[in-house]
Design a protein around this ligand. Structure first.
Ligand code: CP
Length: 321
């Protein structure tokens, strides 16, 4: 596995976390194992460890977020870092300041890490190419390209429930075309050795080159659900759709919505995942989202430990077990 990509420094240490695609399996395992060590911090009386004391982390969210922004903030605070949450709408970008000039100002404040969400694919990579050498950049979701910390928290959740990856069948269902989450999940599942990754959805929402990603394509939900261990539902990402790609939400739900009846086609101990935000009655029946097989809120909890792991590894302060 080449380690010359921008994500590693010249000693081979992970510096930026931009995409799972170019990362070796061992890096992913290190993140999962480190997150395991952090997973009890949230249940301690004092929910803090001193690992990133003295570090300054800047949350730069140019696009809406509920889970990712808040769990990054919590993760940073639980590592004892100082956190700046930048409200882009009230920043001086509205007075014409360029992105790079804004970043130079945060560098001048001796920041150590930028967490970046942006609606343009490649934004976090662009920033990583232009920051000062001591700064790490973490991609918190860029356009339809990648959402690598979401991908890793999903792998953590799968490993917690299924223990191993080498014997799993995983179905990712819905709007694969516009999903940065699906792309990161597929890279991680393939790298971790999952033998069968399926994508399920209408022709209009599956990329033409999906097979090249190392997945099996299904257009019939019942076929795609047969004997799977893990069901990952995705919402329709209308903000990234151009033109009419679907008949109606009711028609979509009847064909691709996960219901109590359809879930029985999967293995009896299959888990149901969703990165959120969920759209009840569009891609998932409410009783399934809240049902006994759903691990959707566990994913949110796990996101804190996984983000603690990624931030501490990138800043060279890895927690030992
Ligand atoms: N899963 C996810 O990225 O959710 P948010 O958009 O709320 O951060």
């Amino acid at each position: 596995m080449k380690q010359s990509n921008i994500q590693f420094d010249n000693t081979g240490k992970l510096r930026h976390f931009l995409t799972i695609e170019d990362l070796p399996k061992q890096t992913l395992i290190d993140i999962l194992d480190t997150a395991e060590n952090f997973s009890t911090v949230g249940t301690q009386r004092a929910k803090k460890v001193p690992l990133l004391r003295g570090k300054t982390i800047v949350n730069l969210f140019f696009e809406a977020s509920t889970r990712t922004r808040t769990t990054f903030e919590l993760a940073a605070k639980r590592l004892s870092a100082d956190v700046l949450n930048i409200n882009i709408n009230t920043s001086s970008t509205s007075k014409g300041e360029s992105l790079l000039d804004m970043l130079r100002n945060f560098e001048a404040m001796h920041s150590d890490m930028f967490i970046v969400r942006h609606n343009q694919s490649g934004a976090a990579h662009f920033i990583a190419e232009h920051v000062a050498p001591h700064i790490s950049v973490i991609n918190a979701g860029d356009g339809s390209h990648a959402h690598p910390t979401q991908g890793m928290l999903d792998m953590f959740t799968i490993r917690r429930h299924k223990k191993e990856f080498h014997n799993l069948r995983v179905a990712i269902i819905g709007d694969i075309m516009h999903s940065r989450v699906a792309r990161s999940q597929i890279h991680a599942l393939n790298r971790l050795g999952v033998p069968e990754v399926r994508v399920v959805g209408p022709h209009t929402l599956i990329p033409r080159d999906a097979n090249a990603l190392g997945v099996h394509v299904f257009h019939d939900l019942r076929e795609g659900l047969k004997d799977v261990d893990v069901i990952i539902m995705l919402r329709l990402q209308r903000e990234r759709m151009q033109g009419a790609m679907l008949p109606s939400e009711a028609e979509y739900f009847s064909q691709y919505g996960l219901t109590e009846e359809k879930i029985r086609i999967a293995k009896p101990d299959a888990i149901v995942m969703h990165p959120g935000p969920i759209n009840r009655g569009v891609e998932i029946e409410s009783s399934v989202a809240d049902g006994p097989q759903s691990v959707i809120l566990e994913q949110v909890t796990n996101g804190i430990a996984v983000r603690m792991a990624i931030m501490s590894i990138a800043l060279g302060r890895k927690q030992e077990s």
